[in-house]
Design a protein around this ligand. Structure first.
Ligand code: NAP
Length: 488
Protein backbone atom coordinates (compact mmCIF):
# COMPACT_ATOMS: atom_id res chain seq x y z
CA UNK A 1 0.00 0.00 0.00
CA UNK A 2 1.43 3.32 -0.95
CA UNK A 3 1.02 6.51 1.10
CA UNK A 4 -2.24 8.34 0.46
CA UNK A 5 -3.96 5.33 -1.11
CA UNK A 6 -6.71 3.49 0.73
CA UNK A 7 -5.97 -0.12 1.62
CA UNK A 8 -7.28 -2.42 -1.10
CA UNK A 9 -8.64 -5.79 -0.05
CA UNK A 10 -9.39 -8.96 -1.99
CA UNK A 11 -11.59 -11.50 -0.23
CA UNK A 12 -11.82 -15.04 -1.58
CA UNK A 13 -15.23 -16.61 -1.01
CA UNK A 14 -18.73 -15.19 -0.63
CA UNK A 15 -20.01 -17.38 2.17
CA UNK A 16 -20.71 -16.33 5.75
CA UNK A 17 -16.98 -15.75 6.31
CA UNK A 18 -16.26 -13.58 3.26
CA UNK A 19 -19.45 -11.54 3.61
CA UNK A 20 -18.88 -11.15 7.36
CA UNK A 21 -15.32 -9.83 7.05
CA UNK A 22 -16.29 -7.52 4.17
CA UNK A 23 -19.10 -6.01 6.26
CA UNK A 24 -16.76 -5.47 9.20
CA UNK A 25 -14.25 -3.66 6.96
CA UNK A 26 -16.93 -1.60 5.24
CA UNK A 27 -18.39 -0.52 8.58
CA UNK A 28 -14.97 0.81 9.53
CA UNK A 29 -14.53 2.86 6.40
CA UNK A 30 -12.61 0.50 4.14
CA UNK A 31 -14.35 0.74 0.78
CA UNK A 32 -11.87 -0.84 -1.61
CA UNK A 33 -13.05 -4.41 -1.21
CA UNK A 34 -13.64 -7.03 -3.87
CA UNK A 35 -14.99 -10.46 -3.12
CA UNK A 36 -14.06 -13.20 -5.57
CA UNK A 37 -16.47 -16.11 -5.67
CA UNK A 38 -15.90 -19.21 -7.77
CA UNK A 39 -19.63 -20.03 -8.04
CA UNK A 40 -22.34 -18.04 -9.81
CA UNK A 41 -24.03 -17.24 -6.49
CA UNK A 42 -23.10 -16.35 -2.91
CA UNK A 43 -23.73 -18.59 0.10
CA UNK A 44 -20.82 -21.03 0.37
CA UNK A 45 -21.94 -24.28 1.98
CA UNK A 46 -25.47 -22.86 2.19
CA UNK A 47 -25.56 -22.56 -1.58
CA UNK A 48 -23.98 -25.96 -2.16
CA UNK A 49 -25.79 -28.24 0.26
CA UNK A 50 -29.34 -28.56 -1.05
CA UNK A 51 -29.97 -32.17 -0.05
CA UNK A 52 -33.46 -32.99 1.29
CA UNK A 53 -33.73 -31.97 4.93
CA UNK A 54 -30.64 -29.68 4.77
CA UNK A 55 -30.77 -27.42 7.80
CA UNK A 56 -28.48 -26.03 10.44
CA UNK A 57 -28.30 -27.92 13.70
CA UNK A 58 -27.33 -24.69 15.48
CA UNK A 59 -30.40 -22.61 16.39
CA UNK A 60 -30.92 -19.72 13.96
CA UNK A 61 -30.88 -16.90 16.55
CA UNK A 62 -27.32 -18.05 17.30
CA UNK A 63 -26.40 -19.10 13.76
CA UNK A 64 -26.72 -15.53 12.44
CA UNK A 65 -24.66 -12.35 12.60
CA UNK A 66 -24.95 -10.51 15.94
CA UNK A 67 -25.55 -7.26 14.04
CA UNK A 68 -28.22 -8.76 11.78
CA UNK A 69 -30.62 -10.50 14.09
CA UNK A 70 -33.70 -11.79 12.33
CA UNK A 71 -36.97 -11.85 14.27
CA UNK A 72 -38.84 -14.00 11.75
CA UNK A 73 -36.81 -17.14 11.30
CA UNK A 74 -39.30 -19.82 10.18
CA UNK A 75 -37.93 -22.39 12.59
CA UNK A 76 -35.53 -22.60 15.47
CA UNK A 77 -33.32 -24.80 13.29
CA UNK A 78 -33.91 -23.15 9.93
CA UNK A 79 -33.44 -24.91 6.65
CA UNK A 80 -30.88 -24.31 3.93
CA UNK A 81 -33.15 -22.09 1.79
CA UNK A 82 -33.96 -19.75 4.70
CA UNK A 83 -30.29 -19.46 5.71
CA UNK A 84 -29.21 -18.85 2.13
CA UNK A 85 -31.92 -16.16 1.73
CA UNK A 86 -30.82 -14.56 5.02
CA UNK A 87 -27.22 -14.26 3.82
CA UNK A 88 -28.35 -12.79 0.52
CA UNK A 89 -30.53 -10.26 2.34
CA UNK A 90 -27.67 -9.24 4.65
CA UNK A 91 -25.33 -8.87 1.65
CA UNK A 92 -27.84 -6.65 -0.14
CA UNK A 93 -28.58 -4.50 2.92
CA UNK A 94 -24.88 -3.85 3.39
CA UNK A 95 -24.46 -2.90 -0.26
CA UNK A 96 -22.02 -5.70 -0.95
CA UNK A 97 -23.68 -7.51 -3.81
CA UNK A 98 -21.96 -5.35 -6.41
CA UNK A 99 -18.63 -5.94 -4.66
CA UNK A 100 -18.78 -9.65 -5.50
CA UNK A 101 -17.29 -10.95 -8.72
CA UNK A 102 -18.97 -14.27 -9.45
CA UNK A 103 -17.58 -17.19 -11.45
CA UNK A 104 -14.04 -16.19 -10.53
CA UNK A 105 -12.05 -19.13 -9.21
CA UNK A 106 -8.76 -18.11 -7.65
CA UNK A 107 -6.01 -20.48 -8.68
CA UNK A 108 -2.98 -18.84 -7.08
CA UNK A 109 -1.79 -15.80 -5.21
CA UNK A 110 1.74 -14.45 -5.03
CA UNK A 111 3.14 -11.93 -2.57
CA UNK A 112 5.38 -9.40 -4.25
CA UNK A 113 8.06 -8.19 -1.82
CA UNK A 114 8.89 -5.13 -3.91
CA UNK A 115 5.41 -3.65 -3.84
CA UNK A 116 4.24 -5.38 -0.66
CA UNK A 117 1.10 -6.44 -2.49
CA UNK A 118 -0.65 -9.64 -3.49
CA UNK A 119 -1.15 -10.63 -7.10
CA UNK A 120 -4.08 -12.98 -7.49
CA UNK A 121 -4.69 -15.14 -10.56
CA UNK A 122 -7.97 -16.73 -11.47
CA UNK A 123 -8.94 -19.66 -13.68
CA UNK A 124 -10.32 -17.30 -16.35
CA UNK A 125 -6.80 -15.92 -16.84
CA UNK A 126 -7.42 -12.61 -15.06
CA UNK A 127 -5.02 -11.02 -12.60
CA UNK A 128 -5.90 -8.72 -9.71
CA UNK A 129 -3.62 -6.91 -7.30
CA UNK A 130 -4.41 -5.84 -3.73
CA UNK A 131 -2.67 -4.82 -0.51
CA UNK A 132 -4.48 -7.35 1.63
CA UNK A 133 -5.65 -10.86 0.77
CA UNK A 134 -8.29 -12.54 2.91
CA UNK A 135 -9.15 -16.18 2.34
CA UNK A 136 -12.66 -17.12 3.40
CA UNK A 137 -12.99 -20.40 1.54
CA UNK A 138 -14.28 -22.36 4.52
CA UNK A 139 -13.29 -25.80 5.70
CA UNK A 140 -16.01 -27.87 4.04
CA UNK A 141 -16.24 -26.73 0.45
CA UNK A 142 -14.65 -29.70 -1.29
CA UNK A 143 -16.67 -32.93 -1.25
CA UNK A 144 -14.78 -36.13 -0.47
CA UNK A 145 -15.68 -39.25 -2.38
CA UNK A 146 -14.47 -42.43 -0.71
CA UNK A 147 -11.61 -44.42 -2.10
CA UNK A 148 -13.66 -47.57 -2.77
CA UNK A 149 -12.65 -49.91 -5.59
CA UNK A 150 -15.03 -49.83 -8.55
CA UNK A 151 -16.58 -46.50 -7.60
CA UNK A 152 -16.88 -45.51 -11.24
CA UNK A 153 -18.51 -48.76 -12.35
CA UNK A 154 -21.99 -48.28 -10.89
CA UNK A 155 -24.57 -48.09 -13.68
CA UNK A 156 -27.31 -46.36 -11.67
CA UNK A 157 -27.27 -42.76 -10.42
CA UNK A 158 -24.67 -41.79 -7.85
CA UNK A 159 -23.87 -38.46 -6.22
CA UNK A 160 -22.33 -36.83 -3.17
CA UNK A 161 -24.62 -35.23 -0.59
CA UNK A 162 -23.16 -31.77 -1.31
CA UNK A 163 -23.75 -32.25 -5.05
CA UNK A 164 -27.27 -33.60 -4.73
CA UNK A 165 -28.74 -34.56 -8.09
CA UNK A 166 -32.29 -33.22 -7.88
CA UNK A 167 -32.97 -34.66 -11.33
CA UNK A 168 -33.00 -38.14 -9.82
CA UNK A 169 -36.45 -39.11 -8.56
CA UNK A 170 -35.94 -41.36 -5.56
CA UNK A 171 -39.58 -42.45 -5.40
CA UNK A 172 -39.82 -46.22 -5.21
CA UNK A 173 -36.07 -46.66 -5.70
CA UNK A 174 -33.55 -48.85 -3.88
CA UNK A 175 -31.17 -46.35 -2.39
CA UNK A 176 -27.76 -47.09 -0.87
CA UNK A 177 -26.53 -44.38 1.53
CA UNK A 178 -22.87 -44.48 2.51
CA UNK A 179 -21.91 -42.45 5.57
CA UNK A 180 -23.62 -41.45 8.80
CA UNK A 181 -22.38 -37.93 9.56
CA UNK A 182 -24.20 -34.62 10.08
CA UNK A 183 -25.36 -34.54 6.45
CA UNK A 184 -26.67 -38.12 6.27
CA UNK A 185 -28.53 -37.74 9.53
CA UNK A 186 -30.58 -35.01 7.87
CA UNK A 187 -31.32 -36.54 4.47
CA UNK A 188 -31.83 -40.16 5.56
CA UNK A 189 -35.08 -39.38 7.47
CA UNK A 190 -36.10 -36.93 4.72
CA UNK A 191 -35.92 -39.50 1.90
CA UNK A 192 -36.87 -42.65 3.84
CA UNK A 193 -40.67 -42.29 3.35
CA UNK A 194 -40.18 -41.82 -0.39
CA UNK A 195 -37.85 -44.67 -1.29
CA UNK A 196 -38.66 -48.37 -1.65
CA UNK A 197 -35.57 -49.55 0.20
CA UNK A 198 -32.85 -47.62 1.98
CA UNK A 199 -29.65 -49.42 2.90
CA UNK A 200 -27.50 -47.35 5.22
CA UNK A 201 -23.82 -48.26 5.26
CA UNK A 202 -22.47 -47.24 8.64
CA UNK A 203 -18.77 -47.45 9.38
CA UNK A 204 -18.96 -45.71 12.76
CA UNK A 205 -22.13 -44.94 14.70
CA UNK A 206 -22.64 -41.34 15.82
CA UNK A 207 -23.65 -39.95 19.17
CA UNK A 208 -27.07 -38.42 18.55
CA UNK A 209 -28.91 -35.96 20.77
CA UNK A 210 -32.56 -35.02 20.32
CA UNK A 211 -33.19 -31.81 18.40
CA UNK A 212 -35.72 -29.57 20.12
CA UNK A 213 -36.90 -27.94 16.93
CA UNK A 214 -39.99 -25.79 16.69
CA UNK A 215 -41.70 -23.61 14.11
CA UNK A 216 -41.66 -20.04 15.38
CA UNK A 217 -45.28 -18.83 15.38
CA UNK A 218 -46.46 -15.46 14.01
CA UNK A 219 -46.92 -14.37 17.65
CA UNK A 220 -43.29 -15.26 18.43
CA UNK A 221 -42.19 -13.34 15.33
CA UNK A 222 -44.06 -10.29 16.60
CA UNK A 223 -42.67 -10.64 20.09
CA UNK A 224 -39.11 -11.04 18.76
CA UNK A 225 -39.58 -7.93 16.62
CA UNK A 226 -41.38 -5.75 19.16
CA UNK A 227 -40.00 -6.59 22.57
CA UNK A 228 -36.41 -5.43 22.87
CA UNK A 229 -34.14 -8.10 24.22
CA UNK A 230 -36.48 -11.03 23.59
CA UNK A 231 -34.60 -12.34 20.55
CA UNK A 232 -31.34 -11.58 22.28
CA UNK A 233 -32.50 -13.69 25.21
CA UNK A 234 -33.21 -16.63 22.87
CA UNK A 235 -29.75 -16.15 21.31
CA UNK A 236 -28.12 -15.89 24.72
CA UNK A 237 -29.81 -19.06 25.94
CA UNK A 238 -28.44 -21.14 23.04
CA UNK A 239 -25.06 -19.46 23.28
CA UNK A 240 -24.86 -20.42 26.95
CA UNK A 241 -25.92 -24.00 26.21
CA UNK A 242 -23.15 -24.29 23.62
CA UNK A 243 -20.58 -22.68 25.91
CA UNK A 244 -21.39 -25.00 28.81
CA UNK A 245 -21.18 -28.02 26.47
CA UNK A 246 -17.80 -26.77 25.21
CA UNK A 247 -16.48 -26.76 28.77
CA UNK A 248 -16.91 -30.55 28.65
CA UNK A 249 -14.07 -30.77 26.10
CA UNK A 250 -11.22 -29.97 28.47
CA UNK A 251 -12.17 -28.28 31.75
CA UNK A 252 -15.21 -30.20 32.94
CA UNK A 253 -15.38 -33.73 31.46
CA UNK A 254 -18.36 -34.41 33.71
CA UNK A 255 -20.44 -32.34 31.30
CA UNK A 256 -19.54 -34.68 28.46
CA UNK A 257 -20.45 -37.66 30.63
CA UNK A 258 -23.88 -36.13 31.31
CA UNK A 259 -24.39 -35.36 27.63
CA UNK A 260 -23.41 -38.90 26.62
CA UNK A 261 -26.03 -40.20 29.06
CA UNK A 262 -28.63 -38.01 27.32
CA UNK A 263 -27.57 -39.38 23.96
CA UNK A 264 -27.66 -42.99 25.20
CA UNK A 265 -31.17 -42.39 26.55
CA UNK A 266 -32.17 -40.92 23.17
CA UNK A 267 -31.08 -44.17 21.52
CA UNK A 268 -32.87 -46.50 23.94
CA UNK A 269 -36.02 -44.38 23.79
CA UNK A 270 -36.19 -44.51 20.01
CA UNK A 271 -34.82 -47.93 19.12
CA UNK A 272 -36.38 -51.04 20.72
CA UNK A 273 -34.68 -53.68 18.61
CA UNK A 274 -31.58 -54.77 20.61
CA UNK A 275 -29.66 -55.74 17.49
CA UNK A 276 -30.20 -52.36 15.82
CA UNK A 277 -29.51 -50.58 19.10
CA UNK A 278 -26.18 -52.40 19.41
CA UNK A 279 -25.23 -51.35 15.89
CA UNK A 280 -26.03 -47.74 16.69
CA UNK A 281 -24.12 -47.62 19.97
CA UNK A 282 -20.83 -45.72 19.69
CA UNK A 283 -17.72 -47.21 21.27
CA UNK A 284 -15.74 -43.97 21.52
CA UNK A 285 -16.18 -40.93 23.76
CA UNK A 286 -18.84 -38.39 22.91
CA UNK A 287 -17.67 -35.26 21.06
CA UNK A 288 -14.76 -37.17 19.49
CA UNK A 289 -16.64 -36.94 16.21
CA UNK A 290 -19.17 -34.17 15.80
CA UNK A 291 -22.14 -34.84 18.09
CA UNK A 292 -25.29 -34.93 15.98
CA UNK A 293 -28.75 -33.55 16.63
CA UNK A 294 -31.87 -35.18 15.28
CA UNK A 295 -35.24 -36.33 16.50
CA UNK A 296 -36.17 -38.20 13.35
CA UNK A 297 -32.99 -40.10 12.45
CA UNK A 298 -33.38 -43.02 14.88
CA UNK A 299 -37.14 -43.38 14.21
CA UNK A 300 -36.39 -43.48 10.45
CA UNK A 301 -33.88 -46.30 10.97
CA UNK A 302 -36.57 -48.45 12.62
CA UNK A 303 -38.86 -48.33 9.57
CA UNK A 304 -39.37 -51.60 7.64
CA UNK A 305 -37.83 -50.23 4.42
CA UNK A 306 -34.51 -49.39 6.14
CA UNK A 307 -31.57 -51.67 6.75
CA UNK A 308 -28.48 -50.57 8.66
CA UNK A 309 -25.42 -52.42 7.46
CA UNK A 310 -22.22 -52.32 9.48
CA UNK A 311 -20.17 -54.65 7.27
CA UNK A 312 -17.37 -52.70 5.60
CA UNK A 313 -17.99 -51.45 2.09
CA UNK A 314 -15.39 -53.20 -0.04
CA UNK A 315 -16.45 -52.55 -3.59
CA UNK A 316 -18.89 -50.69 -5.79
CA UNK A 317 -20.09 -52.82 -8.67
CA UNK A 318 -22.32 -52.06 -11.66
CA UNK A 319 -25.33 -53.23 -9.61
CA UNK A 320 -24.64 -51.81 -6.17
CA UNK A 321 -22.50 -51.99 -3.06
CA UNK A 322 -20.53 -55.05 -1.97
CA UNK A 323 -19.62 -55.49 1.67
CA UNK A 324 -16.84 -57.44 3.37
CA UNK A 325 -19.14 -60.40 4.10
CA UNK A 326 -19.48 -60.90 0.33
CA UNK A 327 -23.06 -59.58 0.09
CA UNK A 328 -23.96 -57.48 -2.94
CA UNK A 329 -26.54 -54.86 -1.93
CA UNK A 330 -28.25 -54.03 -5.21
CA UNK A 331 -29.26 -50.42 -5.61
CA UNK A 332 -30.73 -47.98 -8.13
CA UNK A 333 -29.06 -44.96 -6.53
CA UNK A 334 -25.95 -44.52 -4.37
CA UNK A 335 -25.66 -41.42 -2.17
CA UNK A 336 -22.24 -40.62 -0.74
CA UNK A 337 -22.57 -38.75 2.56
CA UNK A 338 -18.85 -39.16 2.97
CA UNK A 339 -17.87 -35.65 4.01
CA UNK A 340 -15.31 -33.14 2.83
CA UNK A 341 -11.58 -32.60 2.39
CA UNK A 342 -11.58 -30.57 5.56
CA UNK A 343 -7.90 -30.68 6.46
CA UNK A 344 -6.67 -29.41 3.07
CA UNK A 345 -6.95 -25.73 3.95
CA UNK A 346 -7.06 -23.30 1.01
CA UNK A 347 -6.26 -26.19 -1.35
CA UNK A 348 -6.08 -26.30 -4.38
CA UNK A 349 -5.11 -22.61 -4.47
CA UNK A 350 -1.34 -22.09 -4.61
CA UNK A 351 -0.34 -19.36 -2.19
CA UNK A 352 3.23 -18.08 -2.34
CA UNK A 353 4.51 -15.74 0.35
CA UNK A 354 7.84 -14.13 1.14
CA UNK A 355 10.72 -15.55 -0.91
CA UNK A 356 8.28 -17.58 -3.00
CA UNK A 357 7.54 -19.89 -0.07
CA UNK A 358 4.51 -22.11 -0.69
CA UNK A 359 1.83 -22.21 1.96
CA UNK A 360 1.36 -25.92 1.17
CA UNK A 361 5.02 -26.51 2.16
CA UNK A 362 4.64 -24.52 5.38
CA UNK A 363 1.66 -26.73 6.13
CA UNK A 364 3.24 -30.02 4.99
CA UNK A 365 2.74 -31.50 8.49
CA UNK A 366 -0.71 -29.99 8.92
CA UNK A 367 -2.17 -26.49 8.69
CA UNK A 368 -1.50 -24.04 11.51
CA UNK A 369 -1.88 -20.31 11.92
CA UNK A 370 -1.86 -17.66 14.63
CA UNK A 371 -5.41 -17.90 15.98
CA UNK A 372 -6.21 -19.59 12.67
CA UNK A 373 -5.88 -16.20 11.04
CA UNK A 374 -2.35 -15.52 9.85
CA UNK A 375 0.94 -17.29 9.08
CA UNK A 376 4.59 -16.12 9.31
CA UNK A 377 6.17 -15.35 5.95
CA UNK A 378 2.78 -14.62 4.41
CA UNK A 379 2.45 -10.87 5.05
CA UNK A 380 -0.94 -9.19 4.70
CA UNK A 381 -2.62 -12.58 4.28
CA UNK A 382 -5.47 -13.37 6.63
CA UNK A 383 -7.96 -16.18 6.95
CA UNK A 384 -11.49 -16.47 8.18
CA UNK A 385 -12.42 -19.95 9.54
CA UNK A 386 -8.82 -21.03 9.12
CA UNK A 387 -6.93 -23.82 10.94
CA UNK A 388 -8.09 -24.73 14.45
CA UNK A 389 -11.09 -22.45 14.47
CA UNK A 390 -13.85 -25.00 13.89
CA UNK A 391 -16.10 -25.83 16.82
CA UNK A 392 -17.35 -29.14 18.15
CA UNK A 393 -20.43 -27.28 19.33
CA UNK A 394 -21.57 -23.69 18.84
CA UNK A 395 -21.89 -21.15 16.06
CA UNK A 396 -19.11 -20.67 13.54
CA UNK A 397 -20.61 -17.27 12.75
CA UNK A 398 -19.59 -16.12 16.22
CA UNK A 399 -16.02 -17.21 15.44
CA UNK A 400 -16.18 -15.50 12.04
CA UNK A 401 -17.16 -12.24 13.73
CA UNK A 402 -14.26 -12.52 16.18
CA UNK A 403 -11.84 -13.11 13.29
CA UNK A 404 -13.34 -10.32 11.21
CA UNK A 405 -12.80 -7.80 14.00
CA UNK A 406 -9.22 -8.97 14.45
CA UNK A 407 -8.51 -8.76 10.71
CA UNK A 408 -10.10 -5.31 10.62
CA UNK A 409 -7.64 -4.18 13.30
CA UNK A 410 -4.78 -5.51 11.18
CA UNK A 411 -6.08 -3.54 8.20
CA UNK A 412 -6.39 -0.44 10.40
CA UNK A 413 -2.77 -0.91 11.45
CA UNK A 414 -1.72 -1.13 7.82
CA UNK A 415 -3.79 1.93 7.03
CA UNK A 416 -2.02 3.83 9.79
CA UNK A 417 1.41 2.72 8.53
CA UNK A 418 1.36 3.34 4.78
CA UNK A 419 4.02 1.64 2.72
CA UNK A 420 4.40 -1.27 5.16
CA UNK A 421 3.40 -4.91 5.30
CA UNK A 422 2.27 -6.76 8.39
CA UNK A 423 3.53 -10.21 9.30
CA UNK A 424 3.07 -12.29 12.43
CA UNK A 425 6.34 -13.10 14.22
CA UNK A 426 7.38 -16.73 13.77
CA UNK A 427 8.11 -17.17 17.50
CA UNK A 428 4.69 -15.77 18.42
CA UNK A 429 2.90 -18.15 16.12
CA UNK A 430 5.07 -21.08 17.30
CA UNK A 431 4.38 -20.37 20.97
CA UNK A 432 0.66 -20.09 20.23
CA UNK A 433 0.67 -23.42 18.41
CA UNK A 434 2.67 -25.21 21.10
CA UNK A 435 0.13 -24.08 23.67
CA UNK A 436 -2.74 -25.02 21.35
CA UNK A 437 -1.38 -28.50 20.69
CA UNK A 438 -0.91 -29.15 24.43
CA UNK A 439 -4.53 -28.26 24.98
CA UNK A 440 -5.68 -30.30 21.99
CA UNK A 441 -3.92 -33.31 23.54
CA UNK A 442 -6.49 -33.18 26.33
CA UNK A 443 -9.56 -33.19 24.08
CA UNK A 444 -11.72 -36.19 23.11
CA UNK A 445 -10.85 -35.59 19.44
CA UNK A 446 -7.78 -37.78 19.91
CA UNK A 447 -9.79 -40.94 20.45
CA UNK A 448 -11.26 -41.56 17.01
CA UNK A 449 -10.79 -40.61 13.38
CA UNK A 450 -12.67 -37.64 11.95
CA UNK A 451 -12.32 -34.78 9.51
CA UNK A 452 -10.90 -32.75 12.44
CA UNK A 453 -7.55 -34.57 12.03
CA UNK A 454 -5.22 -34.91 9.10
CA UNK A 455 -3.80 -38.17 7.79
CA UNK A 456 -1.02 -38.08 10.41
CA UNK A 457 -3.59 -37.63 13.19
CA UNK A 458 -2.86 -33.98 13.95
CA UNK A 459 -5.95 -32.00 14.92
CA UNK A 460 -5.85 -29.18 12.41
CA UNK A 461 -9.45 -28.05 12.37
CA UNK A 462 -10.82 -27.50 15.85
CA UNK A 463 -10.56 -24.85 18.52
CA UNK A 464 -10.21 -26.59 21.89
CA UNK A 465 -12.51 -24.51 24.02
CA UNK A 466 -15.30 -22.03 24.30
CA UNK A 467 -15.94 -19.20 21.87
CA UNK A 468 -15.56 -16.81 24.81
CA UNK A 469 -12.02 -18.00 25.29
CA UNK A 470 -11.29 -17.46 21.61
CA UNK A 471 -12.90 -14.04 21.49
CA UNK A 472 -11.02 -12.91 24.60
CA UNK A 473 -7.74 -13.89 22.97
CA UNK A 474 -8.40 -12.13 19.66
CA UNK A 475 -10.32 -9.14 20.97
CA UNK A 476 -7.33 -6.79 20.64
CA UNK A 477 -4.56 -7.22 18.09
CA UNK A 478 -1.23 -6.76 19.84
CA UNK A 479 1.15 -4.97 17.43
CA UNK A 480 4.07 -6.58 19.31
CA UNK A 481 3.01 -9.93 17.83
CA UNK A 482 3.84 -8.57 14.39
CA UNK A 483 6.58 -7.02 12.35
CA UNK A 484 5.80 -4.07 10.14
CA UNK A 485 8.16 -4.06 7.20
CA UNK A 486 8.57 -1.27 4.69
CA UNK A 487 7.86 -2.52 1.19
CA UNK A 488 11.09 -2.62 -0.77
P1 NAP B 1 -18.68 -36.38 7.88
O1 NAP B 1 -19.18 -35.92 9.20
O2 NAP B 1 -17.25 -36.28 7.60
O3 NAP B 1 -19.21 -37.85 7.72
C1 NAP B 1 -18.76 -38.67 6.68
C2 NAP B 1 -19.36 -40.05 6.88
O4 NAP B 1 -18.96 -40.87 5.81
C3 NAP B 1 -18.88 -40.72 8.16
O5 NAP B 1 -19.95 -41.43 8.72
C4 NAP B 1 -17.78 -41.64 7.64
O6 NAP B 1 -17.54 -42.75 8.46
C5 NAP B 1 -18.41 -42.06 6.34
N1 NAP B 1 -17.45 -42.63 5.39
C6 NAP B 1 -16.43 -41.99 4.77
N2 NAP B 1 -15.78 -42.84 3.98
C7 NAP B 1 -16.41 -44.03 4.08
C8 NAP B 1 -16.21 -45.30 3.51
N3 NAP B 1 -15.19 -45.54 2.66
N4 NAP B 1 -17.03 -46.30 3.86
C9 NAP B 1 -18.05 -46.09 4.72
N5 NAP B 1 -18.29 -44.91 5.30
C10 NAP B 1 -17.48 -43.89 4.98
O7 NAP B 1 -19.44 -35.62 6.67
P2 NAP B 1 -20.80 -34.81 6.69
O8 NAP B 1 -21.89 -35.63 7.27
O9 NAP B 1 -21.01 -34.30 5.33
O10 NAP B 1 -20.52 -33.63 7.69
C11 NAP B 1 -19.32 -32.87 7.59
C12 NAP B 1 -19.42 -31.66 8.46
O11 NAP B 1 -20.28 -30.73 7.82
C13 NAP B 1 -20.05 -31.87 9.81
O12 NAP B 1 -19.18 -32.41 10.76
C14 NAP B 1 -20.48 -30.46 10.15
O13 NAP B 1 -19.42 -29.71 10.63
C15 NAP B 1 -20.91 -29.94 8.79
N6 NAP B 1 -22.37 -30.09 8.68
C16 NAP B 1 -23.10 -29.32 9.50
C17 NAP B 1 -24.46 -29.43 9.48
C18 NAP B 1 -25.26 -28.59 10.42
O14 NAP B 1 -26.43 -28.86 10.61
N7 NAP B 1 -24.69 -27.56 11.03
C19 NAP B 1 -25.09 -30.33 8.62
C20 NAP B 1 -24.30 -31.08 7.78
C21 NAP B 1 -22.93 -30.97 7.81
P3 NAP B 1 -16.47 -42.67 9.69
O15 NAP B 1 -17.16 -41.85 10.75
O16 NAP B 1 -16.22 -44.06 10.06
O17 NAP B 1 -15.27 -41.97 9.13
Amino acid sequence: MSAGCPVSVLVIGAGFGGIGVAIELRRHGFGDITILEKAPDLGGVWRENTYPGAACDVPSPLYSYSFEQKPDWPQRYSGQAAIHAYLRGVTERHGLLDRIEFDVEVTDAVFDEESGRWTVHSADGDTRVADVLISAVGQLSRPQLPDIPGIGSFTGSAFHSALWDHGVDLTGKRVACIGTGASAIQYVPAIQPQVAQLTLFQRTPAWVLPKFDTDYSPIQHKLFAKIPGMLLLERLGWWLTAEISSLGLVELPIISRLVSRMAARNLTKNVDDPELRAKLTPDYPIACKRTLFSSDYYPALTRPNVEVTTAAVTEITAQGVRTGDGTLHEADVIIYGTGFKGTEFLWPMRIRGRGGRELADTWADGAHAYYGITVPEFPNLFMVYGPNTNLGVGSIIYMIESQSRYIRQAVQLLDATPGHTLEVRAETERAFNDELQKRLDRTPWNFCSSWYRNAAGKITNNWPGTVTRYRRRVRTLDPDDYTLTPAA
